[in-house]
Design a protein around this ligand. Structure first.
Ligand code: TYD
Length: 230
């Protein structure tokens, strides 16, 4: 069902909400940049954002969450902070943009909490269902692009990226990158479980393939889903 918002006599169709998900080093940023370029070419006004982040409060929460020394010690406490940041992001950026008819493309969203704090961190699915109902409500993504990759490959890519961004210097892994491989395997299973439960919303793509081929696959699914001219 398409939500509409009336401003005077004009009704603006709600924009589409697309999220990108996946473990470490799967190439989300690169693929988001490709999709954003294709949306520009198709004349779709959109905003690219990220989680945790997107508002001043959520960016501060990001610094806390990603710092392995000061992040909350339990996955449950982390989940509450991710949801506080998400609530602010939804209120200040995502919902206002969607109601203007603009699209929003977000790097990570609720499926990340399910995978990281839920499947890998042990927070019960039902607790996260409650957070979703209270915080997200009807603003679930219209489409989620899950980039699936063997965590051994993803972690190696994330390490290369860290080394390249700060050559010669020691740059420590953030809170989640630094975990054991087994954590990342549970993470991958968690993402795939979410896709199994929500097959219409979540599309799974093989992130091991060539970057351009993957970008084409993603674009053709987005164009098909939302009737855009390719
Ligand atoms: P980021 O540097 O954006 O990681 P990536 O480049 O892999 O997307 O850091 C975000 C980190 O936060 C990432 O490790 C996943 C984690 N995260 C959670 O644990 N729960 C969440 O709900 C979200 C949104 C992110």
């Amino acid at each position: 069902m398409t939500e509409t918002f009336s401003i005077g006599s004009a009704a603006t169709a709600r924009g589409k909400f697309i999220t990108f998900e996946g473990g470490e080093g799967v190439g989300k940023s690169t693929q988001i940049a490709h999709l954003s370029r294709r949306l520009d070419e198709a004349g779709v006004t959109h905003r690219v954002t990220r989680e945790p982040g997107g508002t001043p409060f959520a960016e501060e929460a990001r610094k806390i969450l990603l710092d392995p020394i000061i992040t909350p010690k339990t996955s449950f406490a982390q989940a509450m902070l991710f949801y506080a940041a998400r609530s602010d992001h939804l209120d200040q950026l995502i919902r206002p943009e969607l109601s203007r008819g603009h699209w929003v493309v977000c790097d990570r969203f609720a499926d990340s909490t399910r995978a990281y704090q839920g499947a890998a961190g042990g927070v019960q699915w039902e607790v996260l269902d409650t957070f979703d109902a209270l915080v997200i409500g009807a603003t679930m993504p219209d489409l989620t692009i899950l980039l699936d990759l063997d965590p051994k490959v993803g972690l190696a890519r994330a390490n290369e990226r860290r080394a390249a961004s700060s050559p010669g210097a020691f740059l420590r892994a953030d809170t989640f990158e630094g975990r054991q491989l087994e954590f990342h395997q549970r993470l991958r299973d968690g993402f795939l479980e979410g896709a199994r439960v929500h097959p219409h919303r979540v599309l799974v793509f093989d992130a091991f393939q060539n970057e351009i081929a993957l970008a084409e696959q993603i674009w053709s699914q987005v164009a098909l889903r939302f009737n855009l001219t390719k």
